[in-house]
Write a protein that binds this ligand. Structure first.
Ligand code: 57M
Length: 359
């Protein structure tokens, strides 16, 4: 909005020319979203306590989690509020990609909010049925896919980090691939969010990497030089990534161990869905499996554990899935598990940046 307000006035006051720069507006989004979650966090915690939005902790989990019963949850409402506000404030609102990403973010937050609310009000950790959740998530992907596919420069090729000449065209199959990326990322972040700060930390790193990749993808000269797909208008996605990174950084202030609030499915589903949508729009889908490797590891650990559990008649690969519980069961303290996962996430983020030069 500020772009539309001030940039046209740059002929009167030259300083307003700065609103033209995506870098300036990206930094503005980071700072705005960070300050919103930081200064509204305490207020949200009080409100969640008044409304009795307390976490219902499963009884079959690590004993150390039982003390978390009643911790204020649905902090994702604050994250999404900060992300949407900062994006609307700093982005060029004539950019279609901004509306597609905000649409998925809010829709997936709505799905998560239903799940959270049912768990809290019904006092059990079941929530929305897996089938209901997937169908609602699919609906979001179909709409985004239909819009992207009808764009004149729609690109249904699949791009790989490191291999610049490999770009198979999936045609309409690409919408199925979009489903895997967006719904997969959404549920992977959801599974990851099981320790204090474990989802928010890697989200800050992933958003930061995609902030840079979005800027490069929207810059014809740099995209050509780095041999990455040029996506006209993708530069604005930088602003959204900045808002998401800033919001999660501010949320971490309260979600770091011992957490004063959890984000809830309203946060984790929306974060994963928005990161998946960003990856699809800037044509860096496979890269998300690298940058978001922590999310992938967590989801894979569940798939492997549940699959093996079924075919082996009750045997387990890990002491408990998702992966972070395995280390808790091995006796690692929660903060140690979380910080070590953050370290891996940083290494994966740096590796993703390195793919820009290794191709
Ligand atoms: C999402 N939710 C956390 C919080 C957060 C198939 C199976 C692997 C599914 C999986 C599952 O139920 N996942 C649900 C993970 C929950 O966190 C809430 O959920 C939101 C995110 N979706 O924002 O509101 C608990 O996680 C802890 N937590 C923190 N700090 C945070 O900042 O400590 C969350 C955020 C919270 C809190 O205790 O209550 C969750 O774990 O449920 N199931 C599991 O993850 C369970 N694993 C399991 O059943 N493994 C079996 C299967 C695979 C055969 C096995 O390995 O043998 C474990 N999770 C829990 N208890 N809590 C074990 C049972």
């Amino acid at each position: 909005m500020l772009y539309h307000l001030f940039y046209p006035l740059h002929t009167i006051f030259g300083g307003f020319n700065v609103f033209r720069y995506i870098t300036f507006r990206g930094i503005g989004a980071i700072v705005t979203a960070f300050l919103l979650t930081l200064f509204l966090g305490q207020k949200f915690i009080q409100l969640a306590k008044e409304k009795q939005l307390g976490q219902v902790v499963r009884t079959d989990g690590p004993e150390t989690h039982l003390v978390k019963q009643g911790v204020p949850t649905m902090g994702g409402l604050l994250i999404i509020f900060a992300v949407v506000s900062a994006t609307l404030l700093w982005a060029d609102l004539s950019n279609l990609y901004i509306w597609l990403i905000l649409g998925i973010t809010v829709w997936y937050a709505f799905i998560g909010a239903i799940d959270d609310y049912r768990k809290i009000k019904k006092k059990n950790s079941k929530g929305l049925s897996a089938r209901g959740k997937i169908l609602m998530q699919l609906a979001g992907v179909v709409i985004v896919g239909a819009v992207l596919m009808q764009l004149p420069d729609s690109d249904t090729t699949l791009r790989f980090p490191f291999f610049k000449n490999v770009a198979p065209d999936l045609g309409w199959l690409y919408v199925g691939f979009m489903f895997l990326v967006i719904v997969g990322a959404s549920n992977a972040v959801n599974l990851t969010d099981g320790l204090d700060g474990l989802a928010a930390g890697p989200t800050v790193i992933t958003s930061g990497v995609y902030l840079l990749f979005s800027y490069l993808a929207g810059h014809a000269g740099l995209a050509a030089y780095l041999q990455i797909p040029y996506v006209e208008g993708a530069g604005e996605v930088t602003v959204f990534c900045g808002a998401l990174a800033g919001a999660c950084l501010g949320f971490l202030w309260f979600n770091s161990y011992p957490a004063q609030m959890f984000m809830g499915d309203v946060g984790s589903l929306a974060i994963g869905g928005s990161l998946g949508t960003v990856a699809v729009i800037i044509k860096q889908e496979i890269l998300l499996a690298l940058v978001g490797g922590i999310f992938v590891m967590e989801a894979l650990s569940v798939i492997l554990q549940v699959g093996y559990f079924k075919i082996s008649g009750g045997k387990r690969i890990f002491l408990m899935a998702p992966f972070h519980h395995h280390f808790e069961k091995k006796g690692w303290q929660e903060p140690k598990v979380v910080v070590r996962f953050w370290i891996v996430s940083i290494i994966l983020g740096l590796t993703a940046l390195a793919t820009l030069k290794l191709r």
